[in-house]
Design a protein around this ligand. Structure first.
Ligand code: NAD
Length: 310
């Protein structure tokens, strides 16, 4: 079996690529290394250093792939406003290009796309399930919604698609140097470095967190699963956690008193977010296993092993 992972040098894509390798796949990665790290490609022999949105991808698609994980993308709402054309190229045009290549080659393939809970927007009733209205209005959400729609339009008997509405994914391997993406990782980085915790927006905002190892367990059940073809599915834990609670957990686990500085929120940011796990649990037959406290603890342990604290 052969797999392509776009964004395979990134946090989530890197975990997926290494997991596929362990499972015996021949793995190909394409990544422009904008936020990714070459060290995430350990063991991956087939690497294309290309931009999925802008570069010609013919060499990548000389091969047929049984599964394509399309995880190249930028995940910052802030950047989607400061550089909307880059956001469009990287999060939407890239999807369209991949679909065009695969559909023209006409081989059987399952494309699994990294969409986002942002498509729901933060208004209306919670928890969000897959039939909740898509009212996400920030540029990042618009791009992800467009990609989901392109995937649905291209789907055929050979080209099967699944859009994963990822909630807040966290865990070891998250880039703590990148302070423009990843809520929990930003607070953790500031706490470890002994800095004040800068919170952009209210401490009452909430999110639904899923550990990366739980994501990998779900993906094994989603890959080539006919019940999930041509569907959107939440990847969430069904637990709502406030920003103030995350910071308190980090403070307790690091045994450090943290000073919080509240700043004005980012435009387009969501106030509340909670996902419904019903469809995910029904179609995969499994549930999340790692609670937030254990998850942050394991992240801190792995940072200690990397000597991040010294
Ligand atoms: N982390 C989360 O909580 C979360 C939540 C919802 C959706 N997502 C989506 O999941 C995907 C992966 O997120 P992540 O957290 O691993 O981020 P990440 O920044 O660690 O990984 C993204 C990877 O894609 C690469 N990349 C970006 N633009 C590219 C382009 N145009 N061409 C080729 N490579 C490119 C980057 O270099 C990086 O290696 C993104 O599409 C993101 O929008 C993530």
């Amino acid at each position: 079996m052969r797999a392509l992972v776009t964004g395979g040098a990134g946090f989530i894509g890197g975990h997926i690529a290494r997991d596929l390798l362990k499972r015996g796949y021949e793995v190909f990665v394409v990544d422009n290394l904008r936020t990714g790290d070459i060290r995430n490609l350990k063991g991956i022999k087939n690497f294309f250093n290309l931009d999925v949105g802008k570069d010609d991808l013919s060499q990548v698609f000389k091969n047929n792939y049984d599964v394509i994980y399309h995880f190249a993308g930028q995940s910052s709402v802030e950047i989607s406003y400061s550089d909307p054309i880059y956001d469009l190229d990287t999060n939407t045009r890239s999807t369209l290009k991949i679909l065009k290549h695969v559909s023209e080659s006409n081989y059987k393939c399952h494309i699994i796309f990294a969409s986002s809970m942002s498509v729901y927007g933060g208004d209306g009733s919670m928890p969000k399930n897959e039939t909740s209205p898509l009212s996400g209005k920030n540029f990042y959400a618009i791009g992800k919604r467009a990609s989901e729609a392109y995937l649905k339009s291209y789907s055929s008997s050979n080209l099967n698609v699944t859009s994963l509405r990822l909630f807040n994914i966290y865990g070891p391997g998250q880039n703590l140097k990148n302070l423009s993406q990843g809520m929990l990782s930003i607070y953790l980085a500031q706490a470890i470095e002994g800095k004040n915790i800068i919170v952009k927006g209210s401490l009452d905002r909430s999110r639904d967190f899923v550990h990366i190892f739980d994501v990998l367990r779900f993906l094994k059940k989603i890959e080539n699963n006919q019940k999930l073809f041509n569907k959107e599915i939440n990847i969430c834990s069904g637990k709502e956690v406030k920003v103030s609670e995350i910071i308190e957990l980090i403070s307790n686990l690091l045994n450090k008193k943290l000073i919080i500085i509240e700043k004005e929120g980012t435009s387009g940011d969501i106030k509340r977010m909670l996902g419904c796990t019903k469809l995910l649990e029904e179609l995969t037959g499994i549930k999340t296993e790692i609670n937030l406290e254990e998850g942050i603890k394991s992240m801190i342990e792995s940072l200690k092993n990397e000597n991040y604290f010294s």
